[in-house]
Design a protein around this ligand. Sequence first.
Ligand code: SF4
Length: 365
Amino acid sequence: MLRMTDYIKKSLEKNSHMDRHFHRRIVIWNITNDCNLSCEHCYSSSGKKEKDEMITPEHVLSTVKSLKKADVNAVILSGGEPLMSPYLFDIAKILKEAGFATHLSSNGTMINENNIAAIKSLFNYVGISIDGSEKTHDGFRKKEGAYKASIKSLRMLTDNGINAGLRTSLTSYNYRDLGFIFKLAEKERVKKIYISHLVYSGRGSGIFEINKSVHKKLSLYIAGKAFSYVKNGIPISIVTGNNEPDAILLLAMFKRFYPEFYENMHNKILNWGGNQSGNRIINIDYSGFVKPDPFFKYSGGNIKKGDFFEIINKDELFSKLRQTPRKLKGRCEQCNYLRICNGGSRARAYAVYGDYFQEDPACFM
Ligand code: SF4
Protein backbone atom coordinates (compact mmCIF):
# COMPACT_ATOMS: atom_id res chain seq x y z
CA MET A 1 0.00 0.00 0.00
CA LEU A 2 1.19 3.49 -0.83
CA ARG A 3 0.59 6.26 1.69
CA MET A 4 0.61 9.06 -0.86
CA THR A 5 0.02 12.10 1.35
CA ASP A 6 2.47 10.88 3.99
CA TYR A 7 5.23 10.37 1.42
CA ILE A 8 4.64 13.82 -0.07
CA LYS A 9 4.69 15.50 3.35
CA LYS A 10 7.79 13.69 4.57
CA SER A 11 9.66 14.31 1.32
CA LEU A 12 9.13 18.05 1.72
CA GLU A 13 10.97 18.01 5.06
CA LYS A 14 14.74 18.32 4.96
CA ASN A 15 16.67 15.33 6.40
CA SER A 16 13.44 13.51 7.14
CA HIS A 17 13.09 9.76 7.34
CA MET A 18 10.05 7.51 7.33
CA ASP A 19 9.65 6.07 10.82
CA ARG A 20 9.18 2.38 11.56
CA HIS A 21 5.41 2.70 11.19
CA PHE A 22 5.85 3.01 7.41
CA HIS A 23 7.79 -0.21 7.11
CA ARG A 24 5.92 -2.35 9.59
CA ARG A 25 4.76 -5.85 8.85
CA ILE A 26 0.97 -6.14 8.69
CA VAL A 27 -1.18 -9.25 8.82
CA ILE A 28 -4.61 -9.07 7.22
CA TRP A 29 -6.63 -11.71 9.02
CA ASN A 30 -9.97 -12.76 7.51
CA ILE A 31 -11.46 -14.16 10.71
CA THR A 32 -14.72 -15.30 9.09
CA ASN A 33 -16.18 -15.78 5.63
CA ASP A 34 -19.66 -15.04 6.92
CA CYS A 35 -21.22 -11.82 5.70
CA ASN A 36 -24.59 -10.11 5.95
CA LEU A 37 -24.14 -8.67 2.44
CA SER A 38 -23.31 -10.26 -0.89
CA CYS A 39 -21.37 -7.60 -2.77
CA GLU A 40 -20.83 -7.92 -6.51
CA HIS A 41 -17.05 -7.37 -6.30
CA CYS A 42 -16.22 -9.32 -3.11
CA TYR A 43 -12.67 -10.72 -3.42
CA SER A 44 -13.41 -13.61 -1.06
CA SER A 45 -16.90 -14.41 -2.42
CA SER A 46 -18.15 -14.00 1.13
CA GLY A 47 -21.75 -14.40 2.12
CA LYS A 48 -22.30 -17.93 3.17
CA LYS A 49 -20.84 -19.85 6.04
CA GLU A 50 -18.51 -22.60 5.02
CA LYS A 51 -17.37 -25.54 7.02
CA ASP A 52 -14.28 -24.78 9.06
CA GLU A 53 -14.51 -21.08 8.26
CA MET A 54 -14.13 -19.46 11.68
CA ILE A 55 -11.04 -18.29 13.48
CA THR A 56 -11.50 -18.70 17.23
CA PRO A 57 -9.73 -16.95 20.11
CA GLU A 58 -7.81 -20.20 20.70
CA HIS A 59 -6.35 -20.04 17.18
CA VAL A 60 -5.24 -16.46 17.78
CA LEU A 61 -3.82 -17.20 21.23
CA SER A 62 -1.73 -20.02 19.83
CA THR A 63 -0.41 -17.78 17.00
CA VAL A 64 0.39 -14.55 18.87
CA LYS A 65 3.89 -15.57 19.93
CA SER A 66 4.78 -16.54 16.38
CA LEU A 67 3.39 -13.27 14.98
CA LYS A 68 5.64 -11.41 17.42
CA LYS A 69 8.64 -13.50 16.42
CA ALA A 70 7.91 -12.62 12.78
CA ASP A 71 7.96 -8.92 13.74
CA VAL A 72 4.30 -8.32 12.88
CA ASN A 73 3.23 -4.93 14.22
CA ALA A 74 -0.36 -4.55 13.10
CA VAL A 75 -3.29 -6.86 12.46
CA ILE A 76 -6.25 -5.89 10.29
CA LEU A 77 -9.32 -7.95 11.18
CA SER A 78 -11.42 -8.49 8.09
CA GLY A 79 -13.91 -10.99 6.67
CA GLY A 80 -16.50 -11.63 5.28
CA GLU A 81 -17.88 -9.11 7.73
CA PRO A 82 -15.80 -9.45 10.90
CA LEU A 83 -18.71 -8.28 13.08
CA MET A 84 -20.53 -11.48 12.05
CA SER A 85 -17.99 -13.43 14.09
CA PRO A 86 -19.05 -14.05 17.70
CA TYR A 87 -15.33 -14.01 18.54
CA LEU A 88 -14.36 -10.63 17.07
CA PHE A 89 -13.95 -8.73 20.34
CA ASP A 90 -12.23 -11.61 22.15
CA ILE A 91 -9.78 -11.88 19.26
CA ALA A 92 -9.17 -8.12 19.19
CA LYS A 93 -8.59 -8.12 22.97
CA ILE A 94 -5.95 -10.84 22.69
CA LEU A 95 -4.15 -8.95 19.92
CA LYS A 96 -4.40 -5.57 21.65
CA GLU A 97 -3.09 -6.95 24.95
CA ALA A 98 -0.22 -8.58 23.06
CA GLY A 99 0.77 -5.13 21.79
CA PHE A 100 -0.37 -5.22 18.15
CA ALA A 101 -2.01 -2.22 16.50
CA THR A 102 -5.52 -3.44 15.70
CA HIS A 103 -7.56 -2.36 12.70
CA LEU A 104 -11.12 -3.32 11.82
CA SER A 105 -12.25 -3.54 8.21
CA SER A 106 -16.06 -3.52 8.07
CA ASN A 107 -18.96 -2.89 5.72
CA GLY A 108 -20.33 -0.66 8.48
CA THR A 109 -23.85 -2.08 8.61
CA MET A 110 -23.43 -3.76 12.00
CA ILE A 111 -21.85 -1.01 14.07
CA ASN A 112 -24.32 0.28 16.66
CA GLU A 113 -24.83 1.62 20.21
CA ASN A 114 -24.30 -1.86 21.63
CA ASN A 115 -20.81 -2.43 20.24
CA ILE A 116 -19.36 1.08 19.76
CA ALA A 117 -17.69 1.13 23.22
CA ALA A 118 -15.97 -2.21 22.54
CA ILE A 119 -14.83 -0.97 19.12
CA LYS A 120 -13.43 2.20 20.69
CA SER A 121 -11.48 0.33 23.35
CA LEU A 122 -10.16 -2.45 21.12
CA PHE A 123 -9.32 -0.88 17.74
CA ASN A 124 -6.80 1.76 16.71
CA TYR A 125 -8.53 2.31 13.39
CA VAL A 126 -11.76 1.35 11.63
CA GLY A 127 -12.16 1.34 7.83
CA ILE A 128 -15.68 1.44 6.42
CA SER A 129 -16.31 0.30 2.84
CA ILE A 130 -18.20 2.79 0.68
CA ASP A 131 -18.38 2.22 -3.08
CA GLY A 132 -19.76 5.60 -4.13
CA SER A 133 -23.06 7.46 -4.01
CA GLU A 134 -26.08 5.87 -2.33
CA LYS A 135 -27.37 4.50 -5.65
CA THR A 136 -24.00 3.05 -6.64
CA HIS A 137 -23.30 1.63 -3.20
CA ASP A 138 -26.69 -0.02 -2.65
CA GLY A 139 -26.63 -1.42 -6.19
CA PHE A 140 -23.20 -2.92 -5.69
CA ARG A 141 -24.00 -4.20 -2.21
CA LYS A 142 -27.32 -5.56 -3.49
CA LYS A 143 -29.09 -4.12 -0.46
CA GLU A 144 -31.23 -1.01 -0.23
CA GLY A 145 -30.34 0.99 2.88
CA ALA A 146 -26.75 -0.33 3.06
CA TYR A 147 -25.31 3.13 2.27
CA LYS A 148 -27.37 4.89 4.94
CA ALA A 149 -26.39 2.26 7.51
CA SER A 150 -22.68 2.61 6.67
CA ILE A 151 -22.77 6.41 6.83
CA LYS A 152 -24.58 6.23 10.18
CA SER A 153 -21.81 3.97 11.49
CA LEU A 154 -19.12 6.24 10.13
CA ARG A 155 -20.64 9.20 11.98
CA MET A 156 -20.97 7.16 15.15
CA LEU A 157 -17.29 6.29 14.92
CA THR A 158 -16.09 9.86 14.35
CA ASP A 159 -18.52 11.26 16.98
CA ASN A 160 -17.01 8.82 19.48
CA GLY A 161 -13.48 9.95 18.67
CA ILE A 162 -12.53 6.72 16.89
CA ASN A 163 -10.02 6.93 14.02
CA ALA A 164 -12.12 6.07 11.00
CA GLY A 165 -11.73 6.13 7.26
CA LEU A 166 -13.33 5.15 3.97
CA ARG A 167 -12.35 2.13 1.91
CA THR A 168 -13.24 1.96 -1.77
CA SER A 169 -12.52 -0.70 -4.36
CA LEU A 170 -12.10 0.91 -7.75
CA THR A 171 -13.96 -0.95 -10.51
CA SER A 172 -15.57 -0.21 -13.87
CA TYR A 173 -18.88 -0.04 -11.99
CA ASN A 174 -18.01 2.78 -9.57
CA TYR A 175 -14.98 4.72 -10.84
CA ARG A 176 -17.19 7.60 -11.94
CA ASP A 177 -18.04 8.09 -8.26
CA LEU A 178 -14.42 8.64 -7.21
CA GLY A 179 -14.91 12.42 -6.88
CA PHE A 180 -17.94 11.73 -4.70
CA ILE A 181 -15.80 9.59 -2.37
CA PHE A 182 -13.31 12.41 -1.83
CA LYS A 183 -16.12 14.92 -1.15
CA LEU A 184 -17.74 12.49 1.26
CA ALA A 185 -14.46 11.98 3.14
CA GLU A 186 -14.02 15.75 3.49
CA LYS A 187 -17.62 16.23 4.65
CA GLU A 188 -17.48 13.40 7.18
CA ARG A 189 -14.05 14.48 8.51
CA VAL A 190 -12.52 11.02 8.18
CA LYS A 191 -8.82 10.42 8.78
CA LYS A 192 -8.11 8.28 5.76
CA ILE A 193 -9.27 7.24 2.28
CA TYR A 194 -8.00 3.84 1.21
CA ILE A 195 -8.50 3.14 -2.48
CA SER A 196 -7.96 -0.45 -3.51
CA HIS A 197 -7.41 -1.21 -7.18
CA LEU A 198 -9.20 -4.26 -8.51
CA VAL A 199 -7.51 -7.64 -8.16
CA TYR A 200 -9.14 -10.46 -10.10
CA SER A 201 -10.27 -12.67 -7.26
CA GLY A 202 -13.59 -14.06 -5.98
CA ARG A 203 -16.61 -12.26 -7.39
CA GLY A 204 -14.32 -9.40 -8.52
CA SER A 205 -12.64 -11.65 -11.08
CA GLY A 206 -12.13 -9.76 -14.32
CA ILE A 207 -15.69 -8.56 -14.74
CA PHE A 208 -15.12 -5.08 -13.35
CA GLU A 209 -11.79 -4.34 -15.03
CA ILE A 210 -11.15 -0.72 -16.03
CA ASN A 211 -9.38 -0.08 -19.32
CA LYS A 212 -5.76 0.96 -18.91
CA SER A 213 -5.98 4.54 -20.14
CA VAL A 214 -8.92 5.28 -17.83
CA HIS A 215 -7.11 3.48 -15.02
CA LYS A 216 -4.05 5.68 -15.46
CA LYS A 217 -6.20 8.82 -15.45
CA LEU A 218 -7.82 7.68 -12.21
CA SER A 219 -4.44 7.12 -10.59
CA LEU A 220 -3.29 10.57 -11.74
CA TYR A 221 -6.48 12.04 -10.30
CA ILE A 222 -5.88 10.32 -6.93
CA ALA A 223 -2.24 11.48 -6.85
CA GLY A 224 -3.41 15.01 -7.75
CA LYS A 225 -5.79 14.90 -4.78
CA ALA A 226 -2.93 13.87 -2.52
CA PHE A 227 -0.87 16.91 -3.60
CA SER A 228 -3.88 19.19 -3.16
CA TYR A 229 -4.63 17.84 0.35
CA VAL A 230 -1.02 18.39 1.42
CA LYS A 231 -0.89 21.89 -0.11
CA ASN A 232 -4.19 22.95 1.44
CA GLY A 233 -3.64 21.32 4.83
CA ILE A 234 -6.61 18.95 4.50
CA PRO A 235 -5.92 16.34 7.21
CA ILE A 236 -6.96 13.23 5.27
CA SER A 237 -4.42 10.57 4.48
CA ILE A 238 -4.76 9.15 0.95
CA VAL A 239 -3.57 5.57 0.58
CA THR A 240 -3.78 3.30 -2.46
CA GLY A 241 -3.45 -0.46 -2.54
CA ASN A 242 -2.86 -3.25 -5.07
CA ASN A 243 -1.42 -0.93 -7.71
CA GLU A 244 2.17 -0.03 -6.94
CA PRO A 245 2.80 1.69 -10.34
CA ASP A 246 0.84 4.52 -8.65
CA ALA A 247 4.19 5.38 -7.04
CA ILE A 248 5.74 6.02 -10.47
CA LEU A 249 3.06 8.61 -11.25
CA LEU A 250 3.34 10.14 -7.78
CA LEU A 251 7.10 10.47 -8.15
CA ALA A 252 6.83 12.08 -11.61
CA MET A 253 4.27 14.61 -10.33
CA PHE A 254 6.42 15.34 -7.31
CA LYS A 255 9.40 16.08 -9.57
CA ARG A 256 7.29 18.60 -11.49
CA PHE A 257 5.99 20.38 -8.38
CA TYR A 258 9.01 20.15 -6.07
CA PRO A 259 12.17 19.46 -8.12
CA GLU A 260 14.40 20.61 -5.25
CA PHE A 261 13.09 17.79 -3.02
CA TYR A 262 12.97 15.11 -5.71
CA GLU A 263 15.94 13.10 -4.47
CA ASN A 264 14.38 12.96 -1.04
CA MET A 265 11.14 11.51 -2.43
CA HIS A 266 12.95 9.16 -4.81
CA ASN A 267 14.99 7.61 -1.99
CA LYS A 268 11.95 7.22 0.21
CA ILE A 269 9.96 5.50 -2.53
CA LEU A 270 12.88 3.12 -3.24
CA ASN A 271 12.98 2.24 0.46
CA TRP A 272 9.22 1.70 0.44
CA GLY A 273 9.89 -1.07 -2.05
CA GLY A 274 6.66 -1.41 -4.05
CA ASN A 275 4.44 -4.46 -3.74
CA GLN A 276 5.06 -6.19 -0.41
CA SER A 277 2.85 -9.28 -0.63
CA GLY A 278 4.56 -12.12 1.22
CA ASN A 279 6.92 -9.72 2.95
CA ARG A 280 5.46 -6.76 4.84
CA ILE A 281 1.90 -7.80 3.91
CA ILE A 282 0.74 -11.29 4.84
CA ASN A 283 -2.72 -12.81 4.96
CA ILE A 284 -4.26 -15.46 7.15
CA ASP A 285 -7.63 -16.62 5.87
CA TYR A 286 -10.73 -17.76 7.76
CA SER A 287 -9.57 -21.38 7.67
CA GLY A 288 -6.11 -20.50 9.00
CA PHE A 289 -4.22 -20.70 5.68
CA VAL A 290 -1.24 -18.34 5.42
CA LYS A 291 -1.05 -16.50 2.07
CA PRO A 292 1.13 -13.72 0.65
CA ASP A 293 -1.93 -11.48 0.41
CA PRO A 294 -5.71 -12.03 0.53
CA PHE A 295 -5.95 -12.39 -3.26
CA PHE A 296 -3.60 -15.36 -3.56
CA LYS A 297 -4.99 -18.84 -4.09
CA TYR A 298 -1.71 -20.26 -2.81
CA SER A 299 -1.03 -20.96 0.83
CA GLY A 300 2.31 -21.80 2.45
CA GLY A 301 0.68 -23.66 5.35
CA ASN A 302 -1.96 -23.41 8.05
CA ILE A 303 -1.67 -21.88 11.53
CA LYS A 304 -3.88 -24.67 12.89
CA LYS A 305 -1.22 -27.22 11.99
CA GLY A 306 2.00 -25.25 11.68
CA ASP A 307 3.83 -22.23 13.01
CA PHE A 308 3.28 -18.84 11.31
CA PHE A 309 6.94 -17.80 11.54
CA GLU A 310 8.13 -21.14 10.13
CA ILE A 311 5.57 -21.05 7.31
CA ILE A 312 6.53 -17.62 6.00
CA ASN A 313 10.25 -18.24 6.34
CA LYS A 314 10.47 -21.76 4.93
CA ASP A 315 7.95 -21.62 2.11
CA GLU A 316 9.54 -21.28 -1.34
CA LEU A 317 6.96 -18.96 -2.88
CA PHE A 318 7.15 -16.58 0.09
CA SER A 319 10.95 -16.57 -0.22
CA LYS A 320 10.79 -15.83 -3.95
CA LEU A 321 8.37 -12.97 -3.35
CA ARG A 322 10.86 -11.45 -0.88
CA GLN A 323 13.73 -11.46 -3.39
CA THR A 324 14.88 -7.97 -4.35
CA PRO A 325 14.49 -7.35 -7.18
CA ARG A 326 11.88 -10.04 -7.79
CA LYS A 327 12.70 -12.32 -10.71
CA LEU A 328 9.76 -11.58 -12.98
CA LYS A 329 8.79 -12.32 -16.56
CA GLY A 330 7.10 -10.51 -19.43
CA ARG A 331 7.14 -6.71 -19.41
CA CYS A 332 8.18 -6.59 -15.75
CA GLU A 333 11.47 -8.44 -16.42
CA GLN A 334 13.24 -5.58 -18.19
CA CYS A 335 11.18 -2.71 -16.86
CA ASN A 336 13.08 0.31 -15.55
CA TYR A 337 10.45 0.85 -12.88
CA LEU A 338 10.80 -2.57 -11.25
CA ARG A 339 12.79 -1.14 -8.32
CA ILE A 340 9.92 1.22 -7.60
CA CYS A 341 6.83 -0.98 -7.96
CA ASN A 342 8.36 -4.44 -7.37
CA GLY A 343 6.24 -5.75 -10.23
CA GLY A 344 2.79 -4.82 -8.94
CA SER A 345 0.17 -7.44 -8.12
CA ARG A 346 1.35 -11.06 -8.33
CA ALA A 347 -2.17 -12.33 -7.69
CA ARG A 348 -3.34 -10.48 -10.82
CA ALA A 349 -0.51 -12.06 -12.80
CA TYR A 350 -1.63 -15.49 -11.61
CA ALA A 351 -5.30 -14.81 -12.40
CA VAL A 352 -4.43 -14.07 -16.04
CA TYR A 353 -1.31 -16.17 -16.76
CA GLY A 354 -1.48 -18.90 -14.10
CA ASP A 355 2.01 -17.77 -13.05
CA TYR A 356 2.77 -15.65 -9.97
CA PHE A 357 5.92 -14.29 -11.64
CA GLN A 358 4.47 -13.09 -14.92
CA GLU A 359 3.88 -9.39 -15.60
CA ASP A 360 1.07 -7.52 -13.87
CA PRO A 361 -1.60 -7.52 -16.61
CA ALA A 362 -3.20 -4.33 -15.29
CA CYS A 363 -0.05 -2.20 -15.41
CA PHE A 364 -0.73 1.07 -17.24
CA MET A 365 2.92 2.11 -17.57
S1 SF4 B 1 5.63 -3.39 -16.26
FE1 SF4 B 1 5.85 -4.44 -14.26
S2 SF4 B 1 7.71 -3.58 -13.38
FE2 SF4 B 1 7.06 -2.18 -15.01
S3 SF4 B 1 5.81 -0.62 -14.02
FE3 SF4 B 1 4.45 -2.22 -14.74
S4 SF4 B 1 4.19 -3.61 -13.00
FE4 SF4 B 1 6.00 -2.33 -12.60
